[in-house]
Write a protein that binds this ligand. Structure first.
Ligand code: NDP
Ligand SMILES: O=C1O[C@H](COP(=O)(O)O)[C@@H](O)[C@H](O)[C@H]1O
Length: 499
């Protein structure tokens, strides 16, 4: 067993929605992996909860099957037995009285453990669950609540949830999760920017031409059509994950790594975003929806044919935006954002495109004089590549080649475990460390800005452009950036060489 992580304080983790997709695919495997790492104290318990009637034994079987499905290669029989023994199940209806007294009885066995209520349910249940926690006296001084994204459907519903949960829990005990903040490469953005002296002098409109943020997925909506069809890519991905990435790229250095200081700087970025109005949507936004196509050689159906999608749905499965951060540092530097389902590959990446040198002195290659570029690959094949011009070795003329300095996580940190984002975040909740979680004002500022786009699309009656599954979205997304004399970064296209 590897005790590489300090054991944390004993806890009871109550997962509402404990039988759902998120709990089975991410939360319970993450808790198992922390147990495997020796981080969970002996008395810590995990309580699954949902409306479905199920015995503790039934829940343990469900969880074991999930672990075998999602992390089979990490299963150790001794740890598995220990982990399963921590599991309990209580059938609770979030909106009714059923099950709450039983949950209270179970938790009262360990009144001194840190208590976490993780709400892996639809956001409409967050208010009722908070009320019931209060009504049944389940809160101790060391009780935290975790809210999954999306926090609401728009600004008004987000405020209503925040008000209702905030009436029961102090802000310091509310953990609004955005799992992108738990990704190693996303946390590393802060280290890259603020622990190295190299970048800061050019990390502004003097040194940077533009920024691209791409979060592409090969999957479609899978079994989540019911949720996705009234959500869409803007609400599902841009309002939260891409906004957080943008904040980490654009924020000012916080005075310390204190949670409030980091979050204070992020909110300033969100408040600097120029709204995208109805007049802007044609030039600054693209909505798309996939039609049938092929992913990695296999045919896939259209969005319209997926399960639980309303006939004639106009929900976007792809969105691209040109975003302006209106402040001194970023004046005139566009941030191009795009995200979509059924893209050719799963890749999340941030590209910082630097400006060219002021004058090209080399006799050849000027037509290829691609300026330096920093590529931060969030996932998969995590790496940071700084593309530089270099002399190609060899006799004769001076040949220039654009080649990357490559910091590959897999190679550089061969012996380190790359934890899943949820592993880190679930433990941060127990520790009471909210640095990597969103504060109320951040969520609301992100909604306020997102809503400007949703309103503009709605009032213009904007319909998504169809794109073939397995492509990079509608051609309008290419046109949006090409109009500015730029292109989306494509690593496969090569780095260019002058000769
Ligand atoms: N799945 C994912 O990859 C991600 C999901 N999320 C968010 O996490 C949340 C959960 O998503 P997901 O797991 O996919 O959803 P699922 O529909 O798979 O699961 C929902 C869970 O909630 C339970 N539930 C529903 N109604 C009630 C109720 N009235 N009282 C108590 N429990 C209830 C369900 O069990 P039962 O029917 O038995 O009550 C089930 O366990 C959503 O907000 C989603 O947006 C966020 C990021 C990624
Ligand atoms: O929050 C969500 O994120 C996933 C993508 O997460 P990743 O860690 O696999 O990049 C997305 O599929 C889902 O629709 C969305 O709700």
């Amino acid at each position: 067993m590897n005790f590489s992580q300090p054991i944390i304080d004993p806890f009871d983790y109550v997962v509402f929605g404990g039988t759902g997709d998120l709990a089975r695919r991410k939360l319970l495997p993450a808790l198992y992996l922390r147990d495997l790492d020796g981080q969970l104290p002996e008395t810590s318990r995990i309580v699954g909860s949902a409306r479905t009637d199920m015995t503790g034994e039934g829940f343990r079987e469900l969880v074991e099957a999930s672990l075998r499905e999602f992390i089979a290669d990490k299963l150790d029989p001794e740890v598995l037995a220990r982990f399963l023994a921590r599991l309990h199940y209580v059938s609770v209806d979030a909106k009714a009285a059923r099950g709450w007294p039983e949950l209270a009885t179970l938790l009262s066995d360990e009144p001194r453990q840190i208590r976490v209520f993780y709400l892996a349910t639809a956001p409409e249940l967050y208010g009722p669950i908070a009320d019931n926690i209060h009504a049944h006296g389940l809160q101790t001084p060391e009780t935290r609540i975790v809210l999954e994204k999306p926090i609401g459907h728009d600004l008004a519903s987000a405020r209503a949830i925040n008000d209702r949960v905030g009436a029961v829990f102090e802000e310091r005990n509310i953990f609004r999760i955005d799992h992108y903040l738990g990704k190693e490469t996303v946390q590393n953005l802060l280290v890259l920017r603020f622990a190295n002296s190299l970048f800061e002098p050019v990390w502004n409109h003097n040194g940077i031409d533009h920024v691209q943020i791409t979060v592409a997925e090969t999957v479609g909506v899978e079994d989540r059509g019911g949720y996705y069809d009234h959500t869409g890519a803007l609400r599902d991905m841009i309002q939260n994950h891409l906004m957080q990435l943008l904040c980490l790229v654009a924020m000012e250095p916080p005075a310390t790594f204190d949670r409030e200081e980091v979050r204070d700087e992020k909110i300033k970025v969100l408040k600097s975003l120029a709204p995208i109005s109805r007049d802007d949507i044609a030039t600054k936004s693209v909505r798309g929806q996939y039609r049938a196509g092929a992913i990695k050689g296999g045919p896939v159906k259209s969005y319209a044919e997926e399960k639980d999608i309303a006939p004639g749905s106009t929900t976007e499965t792809f969105a691209a935006l040109k975003v302006e951060v209106r402040n001194w540092r970023w004046a005139g530097v566009p941030f191009y954002l795009r995200t979509g389902k059924r893209m050719p590959e799963k890749v999340s990446e941030i590209v910082i495109q630097f400006k060219p040198v002021p004058y090209w002195i080399f006799p050849t290659g000027s037509d290829h004089a691609m300026p330096n570029r920093l590529v931060i690959r969030v996932q998969p094949d995590e790496h940071i590549r700084l593309h530089l011009w270099t002399k190609e070795p060899g006799p004769g003329g001076l040949r220039l080649r654009n080649a990357p300095l490559n910091l590959s996580f897999a190679e550089t940190f061969k012996n380190n475990h790359m934890p899943d984002a949820y592993e880190r975040l679930l433990m941060d909740v127990v520790r009471g460390n909210a640095t990597l979680f969103m504060r109320r004002d951040e969520v609301e500022a992100a909604w306020e800005w997102t809503e400007s786009i949703l309103d503009a699309w709605k009032s213009a009656g904007d319909r998504p452009k169809l794109y073939t599954a397995g492509t990079w979205g509608p051609s309008e997304a290419v046109a949006m950036i090409v109009r500015d004399g730029r292109t989306w970064f494509d690593e496969q296209a090569g780095y260019g060489a002058g000769d």
